[in-house]
Design a protein around this ligand. Structure first.
Ligand code: ADP
Ligand code: MG
Length: 347
């Protein structure tokens, strides 16, 4: 049996891994795992940004301090961990305004004497709009704000969205190129200089809508470049040792692999410790639960072996406050249930 690198070893082997995502089913411990990872890096002297992009935030309650307001705040008692709860409503509003501006400008440029409102309605009320807005904000953190940090850890439910958008990027890229081409064409007709390419390019550069399209395209390409780069990016999937969340992880892994998004590994959370579940007087319930969990973890290990990086024990209470997050960060770097230690041949 090959020894599986623990989370600690993996992170040490991949120092350039700057963008880290935690995904998985609701309630499995994505936020807890993201916080544990952030704490781990910060405890080594790094500046870490922990960004929550969820519609409902839990960083404040997890750390037991107010981190809301949409601003980056250093967490008290966790030097180096900087947290931000990104406000969905704010992001959505800003995104809607920028779309509004674009649509209006487009109609004006194309000389289409139509009310912009219905177009804006269509663009901004489709069900994926909020997700797209949050994705766009995430791209900002990757390309801009994130630059000031050694690591950026995203606590987000939007893994599926990120994946979909990357999948869509081909179509999106095509669409942008089309727009750029037709814009060039229109401009060249306008200036009646269709045979003087340099002149057209000059006009193209001066044109605001054109500049907008080109920069959107560049920005998108750049973000995609980061998201599929196995050196800089990793998606971690969090699961409980239960059938359903494991099924969700499998599905995510399949999706993510299809789009070449790099996988950091799987984190198994809320693992019962045998010294507790099997101790004298623990009762049948805990004993059964323990064996059930072990069964699922063996299946997971059999199927995903080397991808299973980390186990987090089930604690006696919810995770809350910096002291407990420190404990999570230590456990997730080194805890191994007995079966895992046997299988990997380690101690
Ligand atoms: N290992 C654990 N032991 C005890 N409670 C946990 C553990 N992991 C998570 N929890 C609790 O479970 C709840 C869900 O965790 P959370 O990280 O918010 O899930 P998610 O972000 O995936 O929705 C929280 O109340 C958290 O404190
Ligand atoms: Mg969460």
């Amino acid at each position: 049996m090959i020894a599986i690198p623990t989370m600690r070893q993996l992170l040490a082997q991949r120092p350039k891994m700057r963008y880290i995502f935690t995904g998985g089913k609701g309630g499995v411990g994505k936020t807890v795992a993201a916080a544990g990872l952030a704490y781990h890096y910060a405890s080594q002297g790094e500046r870490v940004l922990l960004a929550s992009l969820n519609p409902v935030h839990s960083l404040s309650s997890l750390f037991g301090q107010s981190l809301s307001g949409g601003k980056v705040v250093e967490v008290q008692g966790a030097k180096g961990v900087h947290a931000v709860e990104v406000e969905t409503t704010e992001v959505v509003e800003r995104y809607r305004n920028s779309i509004r501006g674009r649509v209006k400008e487009f109609l004006k440029w194309a000389d289409i004497p139509l009310d912009a409102k219905p177009f804006i309605e269509i663009a901004t009320t489709n069900p994926a709009f909020e997700e797209s807005a949050m994705f766009d904000r995430m791209v900002d953190y990757i390309l801009k704000e994130g630059e000031a940090f050694d690591r950026v850890i995203f606590d987000t439910a939007a893994v599926a969205n990120a994946v979909r958008l990357i999948g869509l990027s081909k179509i999106y890229g095509l669409w942008l190129t089309r727009m750029i081409d037709s814009r060039k064409e229109a401009l060249s007709m306008r200036v009646q200089l269709s045979f003087r390419k340099e002149k057209v390019m000059e006009e193209v550069k001066k044109d605001p809508l054109m500049a907008d399209l080109i920069s959107m395209n560049e920005r998108f390409e750049q973000a995609k470049g980061v998201l599929v780069d196995p050196e800089r990016t990793a998606f971690f999937f969090v699961t409980l040792p239960l059938a359903l969340p494991i099924a969700v992880v499998r599905r995510f892994i399949g999706m993510v692999q299809k789009f070449n998004i790099p996988i950091g590994g799987v984190i198994v959370n809320e693992v019962l410790r045998p010294e507790i579940a099997l101790q004298e007087g623990a009762g049948e319930y805990l004993g059964n639960k323990y064996h059930e969990q072990t069964g699922y973890m063996k299946v997971l290990y059999r199927d995903l072996g080397p991808l299973v990086r980390s186990y987090i024990p089930l604690y006696a209470s919810e995770v809350g406050g910096v002291d407990m997050i420190r404990r999570v960060s230590e456990d997730m770097m080194s805890y191994a249930p007995p079966f895992a230690a046997e299988l990997s041949g380690g101690a």
